[in-house]
Design a protein around this ligand. Sequence first.
Ligand code: TYM
Length: 330
Amino acid sequence: MKRMLSGIKPTGQLTLGNYIGALKNFVRYQDDYEMIAFIANLHCITVYQEPQELKKNLRDAVALYLACGLDPKKATIFLQTDVLEHAQLGYIMACNTYLGELNRMTQFKDKMAKGETNLSAGLYTYPTLMSADILIYDPDYVPVGEDQKQHVELTRDVAIRFNHRYGDTFKIPEPLVQKVGARIMSLSDPSKKMSKSEESNKGCIYLLDEPAVARKKIMSAVTDNEAHVAFDPVKQPGISNLLQIHSSLSNEPIESITARFEGKGYGEFKKEVAEVVVAELEKIQANYRAIIAENQIERVLEEGAAKARSIAARKLNKVQRRIGIEIRKR
Ligand code: TYM
C-alpha cells in the first residue's frame, strides 16, 4: 500500500479552506493509502500564540480530524511534538538547505514584502522542519493545498541532493494537489487566500462557525457585476470561488452547477452554496460534539504517536549513520 502524509498547523481554528484543500482529502484517501495525518504544533509557534488559546486550538484540531471522518484505525494521527525525531531531523535538514532556497519561498517573501517586522528565525527555517516532517516517513504522496506545493517541491530538491551526497536515504515524495478546491479564496476579498490569519473574520469560514454565521458570510460574499453564474477566476473570482466551494462539497461538477443557474441571480446561487456549506458544517459539528463528550483524544494521540515514533526513530538513525554523526551501533 502506498503511503501518504500530511499535516495542518492550527494557529487558529481550522477553516473551510483547510477542509476542502486538505482534510477532506485525507479522509477520502485513508481507505486506499496508508495515511499519516499529524498536527503541526511546532509550526504553530513560528508566530506568537497565546498559550491557552493554542492548547484549545490543538485539541479542537484533533477532534476535527476525527469529526471530519479520519478513522484512527486506518490513519495514524498524532501531534508533531510527540515524535521528537521531527525536530532533530529538522535541524539536519536545515544544514542541508541553502539560504537561497529559503529566500525563494513565497510565503516568507510575502510576509517580508508586507513590511512585517520581528519575523522569527523559526518562520524563515520552517520549510526545513516541514521537509523533515515529510521525509522521516518516506511517503509516496503529500496531499496539500496549492499554497503548500512549493514547500513540498523544496522537500524533493533537498531529498534528491541528500540522496546524491550520502547515498539513497529518502523516498522522493510527490505533492498531490486537487484540481478543484486547492485554493479557496477569501469571501470578502477573492484575490486573497481564505486564511485563519485574516484580519476580519468575514472572508473566512471556520469549521466550528455557527451555521447562521457561516450562512451570513456566504450571503455577503463579494461578487461582481457580470450577473451570470459562470466559472471565470479572472473576471469573476468571487463567483468562481463559490462554485469551487459548492462543487468540492457537493461533488457536483462545476459545469452542471452553472448550467442549473443559467439565467438565475446571484442571490439564489449564494443561497444554495450556503445550504451545501451549512449541511457539511452541521454534520462535522455534530461529530465534533460527540468526540469531545467521549473524551477520545488522549488515547488516539497516544496510539498514533507510538506508531509514528517507531517509523521515525528508524529513519533518523539511518540518516545519522549516513552523515557520520552516529558512532554507536543500535
Ligand atoms: P496550513 O496549516 O497552513 O494548511 C493546512 C492545509 O490546508 C491547505 N489550505 C488550503 N487549501 C485550499 N484553500 C485554502 N484557502 C487553504 N488554506 C490552507 C494547505 O495547503 C495545507 O495543505 N506547513 C503546513 C503544515 C505542515 C505540513 C507538513 C503539510 C507542516 N508539515 C508536512 C504537509 C506535510 C501548513 O502550514 O499548512
